[in-house]
Design a protein around this ligand. Structure first.
Ligand SMILES: [Mn+2]
Length: 311
C-alpha cells in the first residue's frame, strides 16, 4: 500500500440478512467512533460517500430456503455500484455494514473492477464463522451465514451472478482466519470447496504471527487484488460485545492488532469491509471503537515506527 491513500467510506445500514436486528446502526456507530478522523490523522484523504439505500427489513419468514432474498439483492446491487465507482475513481473503498450479507455486494463491485483490470481477486475473511451455509444447510435461511459460499459460486443465481464473473472469487483464493464456529452440516461443504481455513486452534498453537506470515505469503504469491472482509465477531466478545452472534475464544486485542499491522506491512490490501457491528448489543460503542482502532492499524498506525524498534 502506498501512502497516503484516497479512501471512500460507504455505509450500508441494513440488517436484512441477519436474525437479530441492530447492525443497520453499524455505519453510524463507526462514524461516531471517529473512523474518518482516525484515517485522516494517518494522512489519508477520506471521502464519506454517505449511505447506500435499500428496502426496509420486512422481518419475513424464509421462502425457498432464503429470508429476504430480493431485499438482499437490492442492497447488494447498490453497494456493488458504489464500491465499483470508488475503485474506478482510484479510491480504496471501505464498506461499513450492515450484516455480513452485504459483503456480497461489496465483493461483486470489486470482482467486476478486477475483471475489467484483468487482475485476479483474493479474499481474506476474518470472522468467527465460516459463513459457508446454503439453504440446504441453513435452517434459518439468513443470508449473512452464506456470503462465502455465494462469492465462491454456490447459492442463488440472483446473488451469485451480481458481478460480471462467476464465481466472484476462486475458492482456492479465499483464506479464512479466526474461525471457531462451523455448523455440522456446513463443515463438509466448506471443506470440499477448497477454501482455506486457519481456525482458532491454529492461532492458539502457532500464534497469530505464524498464521499471518503463512496467509500473507500465500496472498502475495497469488498476486492481484486482496479484499479484506472483517466481521466484528472475529474478535473475542470480551473486547467486542456488540455483535449478534458472539462466539467465545476469539483473538485478543493484541492478537487482532498484530493481524492488522501485518496486513498493513504486507501492502496487499486493496479494499475493506467492516461488518456486523451491532450497537443494540454493545456497551457504550466499545465495539465500533475497537473496530476503528483496528482500521487505524490496517492503514499504518504503529506503536513505534519500524526504525525505532529494537529486536
Ligand atoms: Mn460473518
Amino acid at each position: 500500500m502506498s501512502d497516503p491513500r484516497d479512501v471512500s467510506l460507504i455505509g450500508v445500514p441494513t440488517d436484512i440478512g441477519g436474525a437479530q436486528p441492530g447492525c443497520s446502526m453499524g455505519p453510524e456507530a463507526l462514524r461516531v467512533a471517529g473512523i474518518d478522523v482516525a484515517l485522516r490523522r494517518l494522512g489519508h484523504r477520506v471521502t464519506d460517500m454517505g449511505n447506500v439505500s435499500g428496502p426496509p427489513n420486512p422481518k419475513a419468514e424464509p421462502v425457498d430456503g432464503y429470508r429476504h432474498l430480493d431485499e438482499v439483492r437490492q442492497w447488494c446491487r447498490a453497494t456493488r455500484d458504489l464500491v465499483y465507482e470508488s475503485l474506478a475513481a482510484g479510491r480504496l473503498p471501505i464498506a461499513m455494514g450492515g450484516d455480513h450479507s452485504v459483503t456480497i455486494g461489496s465483493i461483486a463491485g470489486i470482482a467486476r473492477w478486477c475483471a475489467k483490470q484483468q487482475k485476479p481477486l483474493s479474499l481474506l475473511w476474518l470472522d468467527a464463522h465460516a459463513d459457508f451455509n446454503t439453504p440446504e444447510t441453513s435452517p434459518s435461511g439468513n443470508i449473512h451465514g452464506m456470503p462465502v459460499a455465494i462469492v465462491a459460486g454456490q447459492g442463488p443465481r440472483t446473488l451469485v451472478s451480481l458481478a460480471t464473473v462467476v464465481p466472484m472469487v476462486q475458492p482456492s483464493r479465499i483464506l479464512q482466519v479466526g474461525v471457531r464456529s462451523i455448523d455440522a452440516s456446513e463443515k463438509p461443504l466448506v471443506l470440499a470447496s477448497g477454501v482455506q481455513i486457519f481456525d482458532m486452534r491454529q492461532v492458539d498453537e502457532s500464534g497469530m504471527r505464524h498464521v499471518m506470515d503463512t496467509v500473507l505469503d500465500q496472498l502475495s504469491g497469488h498476486g492481484g487484488h486482496v479484499h479484506v472482509s472483517l466481521d466484528a465477531d472475529f474478535l473475542d466478545p470480551v473486547i467486542a460485545p456488540g455483535v449478534a452472534v458472539p462466539v467465545p475464544g476469539g483473538p485478543t486485542y493484541r492478537e487482532a492488532q498484530l493481524c492488522m499491522e501485518m496486513i498493513y506491512d504486507s501492502g496487499l490490501m486493496g479494499s475493506l469491509d467492516l461488518m456486523e457491528v451491532n450497537p443494540a448489543y454493545d456497551d457504550r460503542n466499545r465495539t465500533a471503537t475497537v473496530m476503528v482502532e483496528l482500521v487505524a492499524s490496517l492503514f499504518g498506525q504503529q506503536i513505534l515506527s519500524r526504525r525505532q524498534v529494537v529486536y
